[in-house]
Design a binder for this molecule. Sequence first.
Ligand code: GLY
Length: 406
Amino acid sequence: MRFYRAVILAALTVVLTATPCELLAKKKQVKWAEKQLEYCNRQIERTFETLPNDSVLPRSIDIDKCSWHTTNAFDWTSGFWPGILWYNYENTGKLTDKLQALAYTERQRPLVAKKHQPDHDIGFQLICSFGHAYANTGRAEYRDIMLEGAAKLAKLYNPKVGTILSWPHAVSDNGWPHNTIMDNMMNLQLLFFASKNGGSEKYREMAVSHARRTMKNQFRDDYTSYHVALYDSISGDFIRGCTNQGLNDNSFWSRGQAWGIYGFTTVYRETGDKTFLRFAEKITEAYLSRLPDDYVPYWDFDDPAIPNAERDASAAAIVASALLELAQLEDKPEMAKKYIKASEKMLHSLSSPDYQSRKQNSAFLLHSTGNLPAGYEVDASINYADYYYIEALTRYRDYFSKIDRL
Ligand code: GLY
């Protein structure tokens, strides 16, 4: 409620002071976003024409190729395709689009099977599929699946550390004891959802504790982040920060920071605790201050190959979406304005011929970097870049249409 009141108040403030010229500009912004969303819709139709069969999920396309690498429900990226289809349905309102979204959501059911032991990615996998399905249909069955997922995620929480063990497999594979990765900030949403929808209040407490510990230990003094934080699972002490997907342990991996910006914005929305808002501002500033001219980051801000290093369009899409929410939660109008402008710039770059896939392949975007150190999905099209891009465009369109309607 507080959030919606804030949005309406912000919109009213703008409209009461807006000139006819400004209102016209807003109409243009809405139209521009609608045009990009129509592009997304066309690319989705093309993907359906090229998918090898209907039991697989599209994940990524290599540079200069046009066919999708596909995957199944257990892959960490499995929620993004159904999530894209839900946003597409919300934008077209067509029954056939809804049926597609529902069909792909249904494929995620094995994730809540009793025997499946997930890692933190169960958040991404369920929020983007069943989370949207519940929001669009109100069916209790989908809410219950989210609750089952939250119970699984909560099992990974270590009360001594106060965070979730993100990658149980890395305890033996990497010799990493209790590891918490920045990406995990995105999945606290599942715990907040569960507490608000019939689950234990403890889930929410876990999420808040996780965010506080991450805020304390997983950022350097300059507010750049470590991808991974290692903790002693017995004493709960922080051991050190390191990386899995960045250039090195002390480098500034752009997507990690993007997950942090989005995640702390969510935690502020859910708690109303200004500590999280002030922190989201600081880590956003650290990110914005290192961006190149087009606002699409290099995959790692410390790569010595810059300006010839790879970009990461996925990080740009995640931050573009996060800033649209952060702006609407802001208590400082000048910061809100700055975030809307920054997000707009990111979306304009991503929607240009430099980044949209267009005829090259049927994804929305080119030039994401999944895991450069491991040598895969480098300068590729990746489904999570597309998911946050369509989400950001939808948020952008909605933000300016609300102002138009008042
Ligand atoms: N969650 C894994 C990644 O960002 O690549």
